[in-house]
Design a binder for this molecule. Structure first.
Ligand code: ZN
Length: 185
């Protein structure tokens, strides 16, 4: 398998609602290959999440994995690999929290986004089994960023203060925040 090309903002696939996966597809070889390609692409791009529309596959599939002992995200808790098919999100705690976000499909930029602090996701896993997770704090932001990709949204749509949109280099130079305080997915 090979890492796929990540499409960038401006590509129409990123602005479409992705199609739900028919659960009978999940056991297919083609589906497994999509998962491997997504994983390889996420790793080769240094992301902590990726959604199928980002490689121009308009299906409701996304992967999230916060690596352990990773230099960049080392101060944040790691997570297992989540493979989510047809995820449905419910807000559990609507208190807003802000993080600097970046996106593999919007390279070179960072933006400060406020999102609800806790969400529940109901989804099918890679075996087609129903799963439920409650994500809080940083992980809640990671999940919401990723799920947005399945519904045609990008993080920049959610920036409420556009003075907090920055190029990566200027962000590092002027923001006082460290590069590792933001995410890429
Ligand atoms: Zn993204």
């Amino acid at each position: 398998m090979v890492a796929k090309k990540v499409i960038r903002m401006g590509h129409p696939t990123l602005r479409k609602e992705a199609q739900k996966v028919d659960p009978s597809e999940i056991a297919s070889q083609e589906f497994k290959e999509i998962l491997v390609d997504l994983y390889d692409t996420m790793k080769s791009e240094g992301g902590i999440g990726i959604a199928a529309p980002q490689v121009n596959i308009s299906k409701q599939i996304c992967l999230i994995e916060l690596p352990e002992n990773n230099e960049r995200y080392g101060h944040l808790s790691s997570s297992p690999l989540f493979i989510m098919v047809n995820p449905v999100i419910t807000i559990v705690d609507k208190t807003l929290q802000g993080f600097w976000e970046g996106c593999l499909s919007v390279p070179g930029l960072r933006g400060f986004v406020e999102r609800p602090k806790a969400v529940q996701i109901d989804y099918l896993d890679e075996n087609g089994i129903s799963q439920k997770i409650i994500a809080e704090n940083f992980l809640a932001t990671v999940f919401q960023h990723e799920l947005d990709h399945l519904f045609g949204k990008l993080y920049i749509d959610r920036i409420t203060d556009l003075t907090k949109l920055s190029y990566t280099e200027e962000f590092a130079e002027f923001n006082g925040a460290k590069k590792e305080d933001s995410l890429d997915e």
